[in-house]
Design a protein around this ligand. Structure first.
Ligand SMILES: [Fe+2]
Length: 148
């Protein structure tokens, strides 16, 4: 795999992590206080860390990482948040479950590529976080933990 190809793969992952941070911010706004909110906040922070680490490697490969502005709060995002508030905790968890299915699929695809060893290690580490996120969302939805 060429350096340019690797930078492209990592940029696509970083963009996915950026989208995940935004989605988690909406979901956090839709769930009440408590353990679920704390878990979603931790997962959002995992994605923020992925963005930082991926961006550093992309720059080291002499490419530009996707733009990420944490303060971004557009009209559309606020509209989505209002919709998610109507859906409540279950709707937010279903939405995040779908998002995490995608991030897991994309991370495993990247991990199976012919990456250099240090990049493979980073992708594998992030993928491990993604598996934890998806497992939590599936289990929480199955047990309907927010009703207890
Ligand atoms: Fe995740």
């Amino acid at each position: 795999m060429t350096i340019v190809d690797m930078a492209e793969v990592l940029s696509a992952l970083a963009q996915l992590d950026i989208d995940a941070v935004r989605a988690y911010e909406q979901a956090i706004g839709a769930v009440g206080q408590g353990g679920i909110r704390e878990s979603l906040t931790r997962f959002r922070d995992d994605h923020k860390r992925h963005i930082e680490h991926l961006s550093a490697v992309i720059r080291a490969l002499d490419a530009a990482p996707p733009e990420y502005t944490p303060e971004f709060k557009g009209f559309l995002i606020e509209g989505f948040t209002a919709i998610q508030n109507l859906l409540g905790t279950e709707g937010a968890l279903i939405g995040m479950g779908n998002n995490e299915e995608l991030t897991n699929r994309k991370y495993v695809e990247a991990y199976e590529m012919n990456l250099s060893p240090n990049i493979k290690e980073l992708v594998g580490h992030n993928y491990h976080d993604e598996q934890i996120h998806l497992k939590y969302l599936r289990e929480t939805l199955a047990s309907r933990a927010w009703e207890k």
